[in-house]
Design a protein around this ligand. Structure first.
Ligand code: FAD
Ligand code: DLZ
Ligand code: SF4
Length: 507
């Protein structure tokens, strides 16, 4: 009896564990379904990227001799969900068994488990660290710190290791990687691809079905197959990697990409393998093309942060996304969905998010993330926003970044302190402030930067939780040294700002 082999939209890898088990007569099931496209209002670019890449991957599987049952979104028989499509195909071909690679979201794992078919979920081994291996690493550790995990992954992969020691004599070159924004960028940005026939067809479909969602569908320049994704990687290594480290934390009003790779979409959908990406960067170092601080910083993001986040997501179970230890309950302001705001840093980050389905790490963390945390926004709403608007967002990587790293809603599972800052940080690392309605130099009064007010408001309202944190003691000392009437003014103005924002005024 034939079996079904499920390949999800972010599992576009020929060596996928489920595909490795396929035998003659088995049917590969791939489906564009309304439930997956709409459980959060995904950015149209994200949907188009996935559907185009899925169609091209399915065609490749067919050319390789697989029997593929592919459902297009507008097929009249489309049941609208992954479980529905599996049941429909099972009936069609008389199958009782499904082989799947475990999805990257608890929601889907549970849906598959509930199917009235025999579903075997195989480990997703497209990562350096398996889930059991991460669990063993985390067991008995009081604190989970990415840095120590990362060193294990360096040893395991041999990346940037020389005779068993870290290249350059140290594990981490971050202290060299915090340069403020340069005046300009000396390369032409990420590689852009002209949509082919398949992609154009998908663009027309997405325009029809999701044209009213937040996010611009066109222009569309994403890579949509492995060959293109590999070219995008090579382009990054050649043009941007050498300066990736120096300007990793910088932001520029006039440049959306700086020296970032823009490959998370491709890795997360399975078009690029994380180790091949790291090896390409390592080779650039061996060849003298990119310095060690850049290559180490880049490799750390992938075999360090990316793997670590996945481990945290699966370690903490399906309830992780509902955590809210700080009790934040304010609604996400409308300006996250493109409404007007006078805060230049937010307006530019949201505008770019709308147009590109992309913002780089420090924009996500220190602009939109920092603001949401300072303003006390409900972390669930923040999580849904990030999951919807970025083309690289799947819960296994998005949730730990948002719930854990950015919103501290998990109480510090792996972050030793919340990522909060006043406007000073943004002023130092970016050039937004010069063109802002607000003044970053003003701490109170008309036109004072809202980040300056909300920073103290946050510290004050969470004093009991954070004042004994050694990494925050200095901030509390500074606050305590302020004259009492000044502290009162800061808090009253912060309250006024939050009230105006929640009332829907343009702030
Ligand atoms: P680069 O800056 O060039 O970095 C190279 C690669 O390192 C990335 O492609 C990515 O695979 C990896 N990486 C870097 N930082 C992280 C990290 N913190 N976690 C995991 N991988 C990392 N990344 C996602 O892939 N999906 C998400 O949904 C996502 N949501 C985020 C939400 C918040 C609030 C924050 C602070 C970060 C989030 N990140 C997410 C991490 C990071 O912002 C993106 O991976 C990065 O911006 C992708 O762009 P890039 O390829 O140009 O990355
Ligand atoms: C994100 C997404 C979207 C928009 N659409 C589909 C789809 O139609 N079919 C599919 O198989 N997968 C889709 N995905 C990805 C899943 O929703 C889910 O996020 C990942 O499979 C989790 O690993
Ligand atoms: Fe953002 Fe404040 Fe700078 Fe304006 S002044 S860009 S709100 S940090």
């Amino acid at each position: 009896m034939s079996r079904l082999i499920l390949v999800l939209g972010d599992q576009l890898t020929p060596t996928l564990s489920a595909l490795r088990e396929a035998e003659a007569g088995d049917v590969i099931v791939m489906a564009e379904v309304a439930d997956e496209a709409a459980y959060v209002p995904h950015h149209p670019k994200k949907i188009a990227f996935l559907f185009a890449a899925m169609r091209k991957f399915a065609a490749r599987l067919e050319a390789d001799g697989y029997r593929v049952a592919y459902t297009r979104l507008d097929d009249p028989d489309n049941t609208g969900s992954i479980p529905g499509e599996l049941l429909r195909r099972a009936e069609e071909v008389g199958a009782r068994e499904v082989i799947a690679t475990q999805p990257g979201e608890w929601r889907l794992i549970q849906l598959l488990d509930e199917l009235p078919l025999t579903v075997r979920q195989r480990p997703d081994d497209r990562f350096v660290c398996s889930i059991p291996e991460f669990e063993r690493w985390a067991e008995d550790r009081k604190t989970l710190r990415m840095e120590f995990f990362y060193r294990e992954m360096r040893r395991k992969t041999g990346l940037l290791m020389v005779d068993g020691e870290p290249a350059g004599g140290q594990w981490n070159f971050d202290h060299e990687n915090r340069k403020p924004a340069p005046d300009s960028i000396d390369h032409g940005g990420p590689m852009r691809f002209t949509p082919d026939e398949t992609t154009e067809e998908v663009l027309a479909l997405v325009e029809r079905r999701f044209g009213n969602s937040f996010g611009d569908l066109r222009p569309f320049h994403f890579a949509t197959d492995r060959g293109q994704a590999r070219r995008a990687l090579a382009h990054f290594v050649k043009h941007a990697l050498p300066k990736f480290g120096d300007y990793q934390d910088a932001m520029l009003d006039g440049d959306r990409f700086l020296y970032h790779a823009l490959i998370s979409f491709y890795m997360n959908a399975g078009l690029l393998d994380p180790l091949e990406v790291c090896r390409a960067a390592e080779e650039a170092w061996h060849e003298g093309h990119a310095p060690l601080n850049a290559v180490e910083g880049f490799v750390r993001q992938i075999i360090g942060w990316r793997e670590f986040m996945r481990g945290i997501y699966f370690l903490h179970g399906p309830d992780y996304t509902s955590r809210n230890v700080l009790g934040h309950d304010r609604d996400l302001p409308w300006f996250y969905w493109g409404g007007e705001t006078k805060m230049r840093c937010i307006a530019k980050t949201v505008e770019q998010t709308k147009e590109e389905a992309y913002a780089h790490h420090i924009q996500r963390l220190m602009v939109t993330g920092n603001f949401a945390l300072l303003a006390g926004i409900d972390p669930w709403q923040v999580h849904e926003w990030y999951l919807a608007v970025y083309a690289d967002a799947y819960e296994w990587v998005e949730a730990p970044n948002v719930i854990g790293m950015s919103q501290f809603a998990d109480g510090g599972v792996f972050a030793s302190k919340p990522y909060v800052s006043s406007g000073n940080y943004i002023a130092k690392m970016a050039d937004y402030c010069g063109q802002c309605h607000y003044s970053v130099k003003k701490k109170t009064g008309e036109g004072a930067c809202p980040f300056n007010l909300l920073f103290w408001h946050f510290l004050n309202r969470h004093r009991a939780r954070f004042e004994n944190n050694p990494r925050m003691a200095q901030m509390y000392r500074t606050w305590d040294r302020m004259a009492e009437d000044r502290r009162d003014t800061v808090l009253a103005e912060a309250e006024g700002f939050l009230a105006r924002m929640s009332a829907g005024e343009v702030v």
